[in-house]
Design a protein around this ligand. Structure first.
Ligand SMILES: [Zn+2]
Length: 205
């Protein structure tokens, strides 16, 4: 099986509890002496096997092989990637059967990050995730006053639209946000605006 490591917890001395996002499942597995295995790290894509164990309620993770990314040695890309992928754990941890969308989306993002700025690639993927989950609010009603938004617009957590005057947040042009929501494209955004959106994303998926 293949999957992305979205959470790693230390237990006892060197052992780990690892959560892996596979195409159709979220697996939580036990890894003995994990600290000695450099292949276990949040954000890594791995090939792995699970071994059930009568003594334990969770399976053992074994035969782990790290599947490299072209940019794995680029510290900034890896750092952004790890911060993003960690957000999937609180977002999905209650889910038992997973849609393949999440795995595909991570695969696509890894690929886009070869050429693209990591924060831009991740935010564009996140827009598609919101769309997929039916959480992209294209009716442009303000979260706070529930009135239509026509020109100046601000985004709050989960990219929910508000009037700039209602949330006292950074202002964007309406058409800029509309293009972002319709086309999942940040082409019209300056780096400093991308940084602002990045910090909203880090508040949680
Ligand atoms: Zn408002």
């Amino acid at each position: 099986m293949q999957g992305y490591i979205i959470d790693v917890k230390n237990v006892r001395d060197d052992d780990l509890i690892v959560t892996i996002l596979e195409e159709n499942n979220l697996f939580t597995a036990y890894r003995f002496y994990g600290a000695r295995h450099s292949t276990i790290n949040v954000g890594y894509k791995i090939d792995f096997e699970l071994e059930s164990n009568l003594k334990s309620s969770i399976p053992r993770l074994k035969d782990v092989i790290q599947l490299g990314f072209e940019w794995i040695l680029d510290r900034e890309k890896l750092y952004c990637w790890q911060r993003y992928i960690k957000l999937f754990y609180p977002h999905l941890k209650e889910v038992e059967e997973l849609e393949s969308f999440y795995f595909q989306s991570l695969d696509d993002t890894v690929h886009k990050m070869i050429k693209q700025n990591p924060k831009r690639a991740i935010i564009e993927s996140y827009i598609q995730l919101l769309e997929h989950e039916g959480r992209l609010h294209k009716e442009y009603e303000c979260l706070l006053c529930e009135q239509k938004i026509h020109n100046k617009i601000s985004l709050v957590r989960s990219f929910l639209p508000t009037h700039a005057k209602c949330s006292y947040s950074k202002t964007f042009e309406f058409n800029q946000i509309k293009e972002l929501f319709d086309e999942a494209s940040l082409l019209k955004f300056e780096d400093e605006e991308v940084e602002y959106l990045w910090n909203i994303l880090l508040q949680g998926l």
